[in-house]
Ligand binder design. Sequence first.
Ligand SMILES: NC(=O)c1ccc[n+]([C@@H]2O[C@H](COP(=O)([O-])OP(=O)(O)OC[C@H]3O[C@@H](n4cnc5c(N)ncnc54)[C@H](OP(=O)(O)O)[C@@H]3O)[C@@H](O)[C@H]2O)c1
Length: 309
Amino acid sequence: MESAMTPDISIGGTGMDETGMDGASMEEMGRALTGQARLAGVLGWPVSHSRSPRLHGFWLRRHGIDGAYLPLPVAPGDFAAAVRALVTLGFRGANVTIPHKEAAFALCDVVDATAARMGAVNTLVFRDGRILGSNTDGFGFLESLHEQAPGWAAADGPAVLLGAGGAARAIAAALLGAGCPALTIVNRDAGRAEALAEALGGPVRVAATAPLDGAALLVNSTSLGMVGQPPLAIDLSPLPPHAVVADAVYVPLETPLLAAARARGLRGVDGLGMLLHQARPGFAAWFGAEPVVDAALRRFVAAGIPRSA
Ligand SMILES: NC(=O)c1ccc[n+]([C@@H]2O[C@H](COP(=O)([O-])OP(=O)(O)OC[C@H]3O[C@@H](n4cnc5c(N)ncnc54)[C@H](OP(=O)(O)O)[C@@H]3O)[C@@H](O)[C@H]2O)c1
């Protein structure tokens, strides 16, 4: 019985060196985790679509860090218990995605000012037994604009924001925090836009149609233009020539909105940049290195995402 169940673990075959590993495996061993490996991951439901493990995995390899970043599928009712388990297991922290961002906010011991304004957390850091929360989506959005539209500043002029969901909330708060002088929110559900405007305060109004004449920035934060969704129907001709057009959608990478903006000679900013930049603060906090967004990272994370609609 025992001999039938016992696997053959002998390593005496050809092609092995004295450690029992061939050349390719030795290279893999160079990346193997130790007992001190730093751990983080992304909590979501579902989470299989998330690009974050690929993104953080790229940076971990680039920096040669003894660490891992895992997809962590957690059903809504299990969220608090799962986070406490990660603390117990010694994880450094985690990203939080749909549908847990509000539950994460409620669970934190301390949140930063941006997360407090939004009532939603996308980055958890576990330190000294406490759960610290922040929201880096708005940071990612602004950094992406600075990268892809160099010289752009939120104070340049009025902005128009299409959408009033989670992404819109982060983008609007970031624009206002960075000095946007006037923000108009346009959304299918006007009541949702009104509620967001009220929560934000400041120079924000709601309109039924986008006031593009004189706008310095147009942002799409609806899911329109995403693969499987209807395209965003909007005439960009009233935008002034210096206007920047940004899309939160990153599947496809070049949405019909961005293609139309570039065809008009306007600067376009894609949604992938926001995704990449929002990940930087979490990586730095968990793994102790300042990661960089560059062309190699973009190519790696964008693999498999359709280029155009
Ligand atoms: N690049 C990034 O890092 C990043 C981060 C977050 C989100 N995103 C992307 O941003 C988009 C929105 O995400 P979210 O989290 O804000 O989603 P959400 O909270 O569900 O909000 C969806 C928004 O899209 C609008 N919308 C949906 N279908 C519509 C339709 N047929 N016609 C008009 N408006 C419609 C909704 O309007 P109503 O309020 O009227 O329903 C709402 O404003 C998604 O494509 C997502 O992938 C990107």
